[in-house]
Design a protein around this ligand. Structure first.
Ligand SMILES: N[C@@H](CCC(=O)N[C@@H](CS)C(=O)NCC(=O)O)C(=O)O
Length: 237
């Protein structure tokens, strides 16, 4: 029986949403505590995560308020490590399948998310690279997908790693927030989710990810839209 889980998170953060999705997939009882990244509590770095980042988990220990963390709980951080930790605590969640080949495939897909999709998206968002560079990263992930289903067929760590970044990219593109040429964003998200043409296979996959209950339950689109508007409005000035 897993012990007490306190997740330190922030709605804006895609890394933190990975941990939230994993906990939702596992139907894991837990406590969530929102960290204001603009005004972090002074106890957070010394008592929870010395890197001063979300997400982090306090595991086990006595039943104390989350803003008074106990030295007796184990403190863990780094989103992908937390997702694997949750998968280990709740093996029936299927987040990490038992089959070694599928586990390796899931981790390989995650590597593509981390080393190709996320950097290409961030460069495009900032207006530092053309859309074709982002499209090439998307095409790379598309090439890893099986004919049907999620990244390794069944829903897993691989999908959890990507979804929060995809969802935030969708918000930015739909609203045309970013440093790329004005008016391009809505066309890009349309081509990436239309389920026909160059991105037909990954378009279906993207739509499946965004329809997943564990994603929808952990994503506040209105909040992200407002925060992105404030953060990216000036990029074209
Ligand atoms: N590699 C880390 C990245 C986590 C991260 O960068 N979190 C950001 C928010 S999205 C953060 O907490 N930054 C600290 C700050 O804003 O002061 C992970 O995968 O968990």
């Amino acid at each position: 029986m897993p012990e007490r889980i306190v997740l330190y998170t922030a709605k804006i953060c895609p890394y933190a949403q990975r941990a939230e999705i994993a906990l939702a997939e596992a139907k894991a009882p837990h406590i969530q505590y929102q960290i204001d990244l603009q005004n972090k509590p002074e106890w957070y770095a010394p008592k929870v995560n010395p890197a001063s980042k979300v997400p982090a988990i306090a595991y086990g220990g006595p039943d104390v308020p989350p803003d008074q963390p106990s030295p007796e709980s184990v403190k863990l951080a780094e989103s992908l490590i937390l997702v694997e930790f949750i998968a280990d605590l709740f093996p029936d969640s299927g987040i990490l399948p038992a089959d070694p080949v599928l586990r390796a495939k899931a981790r390989f897909f995650v590597d593509g998310v981390s080393t190709k999709f996320v950097p290409a998206w961030q460069a495009y968002l900032q207006g530092k690279s053309p859309v074709e560079d982002f499209y090439k990263a998307v095409e790379y992930l598309q090439g890893l997908l099986p004919e049907q289903g999620y990244a390794i067929g069944r829903y897993s760590l691989a999908d959890i790693a990507l979804t929060p970044f995809l969802a935030r990219a969708r918000v930015a593109l739909l609203n045309d927030f970013g440093g790329y040429p004005q008016g391009e964003g809505p066309k890009v998200i349309e081509s990436l989710t239309s389920e026909s043409g160059r991105f037909a296979r990954i378009g279906k996959y993207f739509n499946d990810l965004l329809a997943r209950e564990s994603f929808k339950a952990t994503f506040d689109e209105g909040y992200i839209t407002e925060r992105y508007k404030a953060r990216f409005a000036d990029l074209r000035k």
